[in-house]
Design a protein around this ligand. Structure first.
Ligand code: F6R
Length: 241
């Protein structure tokens, strides 16, 4: 496990974007596993900046996102589909036919999950998986207690996660209680993993993930078993390590 110390959020974003850029340059038709949430926004902004300068080409890149809320359609500004289009896809030359996000509107959750596993398989697996870290140690929406063997599945979000997500919704009642997420198994099968972590509020989760026992109670602790993982974290997030 490699831990890269960043000074602050901006530095973390630039360092993470550097790693993603290197992946795209080395393998222009790579498969990127992408995350939403607040943490990667700076990384996406940096990638867009380098794309605008002519330093990056997304035309052959495929992306597979980690998760999507259930019951929120793609045009809803709170959907992860909307987020990805807004923060990255509409700002670079990616072919949107090659961008994948679980279908939150599929009523048949089993079908939605198997279809998504099939997409990941058809892409040939993930070359570089970008992850954020939840306060309870979740990665994707794999909440504490989930079996490490899980593939794409429907999740009942925990109270902590629902609370953390409230900041994005005007009305508390509208915060989704369920989401689709790719499982730990698919994350661990990625050839490289890059985790971005910022802020003191993540320090305990990062400590537990990196220094604590490997346990389903801290989903991110499984990353200790991956053979090519880089964590880019700022000083505040690293304050307990
Ligand atoms: C998002 C995701 C989540 C977030 C995590 C951290 O696609 O899968 O695991 O990465 O909840 O979220 P932020 O970055 O908002 O603190």
């Amino acid at each position: 496990m490699k831990i890269i110390h960043a000074k602050d959020y901006t530095d973390m974003s630039r360092k993470a974007a550097n790693i993603i850029s290197a992946q795209i340059i080395m393998k222009p038709d790579c498969v990127l596993g992408l995350a939403t949430g607040s943490t990667p926004i700076g990384t996406y902004n940096q990638l867009v900046e380098w794309y605008n300068k002519g330093d990056l080409d997304f035309s052959q890149v495929t992306t597979v996102n980690l998760d999507e809320y259930r019951g929120i359609d793609r045009e809803n500004p709170q959907s992860y589909y909307y987020f990805m289009r807004d923060k990255l896809f509409s700002r670079v030359n990616i072919d949107t036919n090659r961008t994948f996000i679980p279908d939150g509107m599929d009523e048949d959750s089993e079908r939605a999950c198997r279809a998504y596993d099939e997409i990941i398989k058809r892409c040939g697996g993930i070359d570089l998986q970008l992850l954020g870290l939840g306060h309870n140690g979740h990665i994707g929406f794999n909440e504490p207690g989930t079996a490490f063997e899980a593939q794409t599945h429907l999740v009942n979000l925990t109270e902590t996660t629902i609370k953390a997500n409230q900041r994005f919704f005007k009305d508390d009642e509208n915060v989704p209680k369920q989401a689709y997420t790719i499982g730990i198994k698919s994350i661990m099968q990625a050839r490289k993993i890059l985790v971005v972590v910022s802020g003191e509020d993540k320090a305990e989760a990062l400590r537990a993930a990196v220094c604590g026992p490997i346990t389903p109670n801290v989903q991110a602790s499984v990353l200790q078993l991956h053979n090519d993982i880089t964590i880019v974290a700022d000083e505040a997030a690293l304050s307990r390590i």
